[in-house]
Design a protein around this ligand. Structure first.
Ligand code: PBG
Length: 328
């Protein structure tokens, strides 16, 4: 038997393993998804997401200063609004919660990349990302709302808008709306391949945004979010979003879709983001809680896998923990 090549030679010591390591994580890879709520001086713990909070605007600023000092350069914000109606009017209010949060953050930390979610679910009574008209999610009417929402965030000073709604044609419409108003510097990170996943459960708990069970309201998001079985369709969605002007495209969730991330990386030359979603965060914490996995090692291995698959950036609730680990 010919044993002249012995792969174990390159695994003998940590310095050697470090020399041949192909993938590494850096604090600059992460985007921290954060929740903002009305009021002052409060951080409400989120029951379904241990370690995560709904921050009032002042507390959000304090927290982001700490994150900035740890090296985190980007946050993605979701509003937790109690003012909801069928038309989601609060989504486009220039004095709304997220708009105020953007202004406060840009004021305190001008270089922080402030990103906001674009979708109607925190603002509708029914929990859908678009408007419900005659029992259906109305595509074009929803896109018009998303354009107004994007403009309202742009006026507040947002750096990136991140449409997570999966309506058809929204990236192009938002790009045009922004450019027409002189916001050509605002970037679009499109949730391009967003799957109808069970792993959003804890997030919907955080925003109390699960679709309501009521006649005349679609019971789930399967008419707009993608079927978990499809990968060729994901490539088509991504290609469309790039054509429409997306600066960054996203695959979401991350772990069950590593093949989609890898294929997207091969096929396209724009930056690829992956969202390590609330349910994936929860699985690691639950396993650690049970004593079935070491939390830090499970966190690192998870994020390394997502990066190795091809993600250029990762939205993760572990961002702060990772930053502490990497700078320790
Ligand atoms: C909705 C939205 C969701 C998430 C981000 N934006 C949930 C959904 O589509 O129902 C999920 C994020 C997570 O689970 O961490 N626009």
């Amino acid at each position: 038997m010919d044993l002249t090549y012995r792969p174990r030679r390159l695994r003998r010591t940590e310095p050697v393993r470090t020399l041949v390591r192909e993938t590494s994580l850096a604090v600059g890879d992460f985007i921290y998804p954060m929740f903002v709520t009305n009021g002052e001086g409060r951080r409400e713990p989120i029951d379904s997401m241990p370690g995560q909070f709904r921050h009032t605007v002042d507390e959000l600023v304090t927290e982001c200063k700490e994150l900035w000092d740890l090296g985190i350069g980007a946050v993605n914000m979701f509003g937790y609004s109690e003012e909801r109606n069928e038309k989601a009017t609060m989504a486009c209010d220039d004095d709304g919660l997220v708009q105020r949060a953007i202004r406060a953050l840009k004021d305190a930390l001008p270089e922080l990349c402030v990103q906001t979610d674009l979708a109607l679910d925190p603002y509708t009574t029914h929990g859908h990302d678009g408007l419900v008209i005659d029992g259906e999610i109305a595509n074009d009417e929803s896109v018009a709302m998303l354009c107004n929402m994007a403009l309202s965030h742009a006026r507040a000073g947002v750096d990136w808008v991140t449409p997570s709604d999966m309506m058809d044609g929204r990236v192009g419409a938002i790009r045009n709306a922004l450019d027409d108003e002189g916001f050509e510097q605002v970037s679009i990170m499109a949730y391009s391949a967003k799957y109808a996943s069970c792993f959003y459960g804890p997030f919907r708990g955080a925003l109390k945004s699960a679709p309501v069970k009521q006649s005349g309201i679609p019971k789930d998001k399967k008419t707009y979010q993608m079927d978990p079985a499809n990968v060729r369709e994901a490539m088509r969605e991504i290609a469309l979003d790039i054509e429409e002007g997306a600066d960054v495209v996203m695959v979401k969730p991350a772990l069950p879709y590593l093949d989609v991330i890898a294929k997207a990386k091969e096929a396209f030359d724009v930056p690829i983001a992956a969202y390590n979603v609330s349910g994936e965060y929860g699985m690691v914490l639950a396993a650690a809680d049970k004593g079935w996995a070491d939390k830090d090692r499970a966190m690192v291995e998870t994020l390394l896998g997502i990066k190795r698959a091809g993600a250029d950036m990762i939205l993760t609730y572990f961002a702060k923990d990772m930053a502490k680990l990497l700078t320790a």
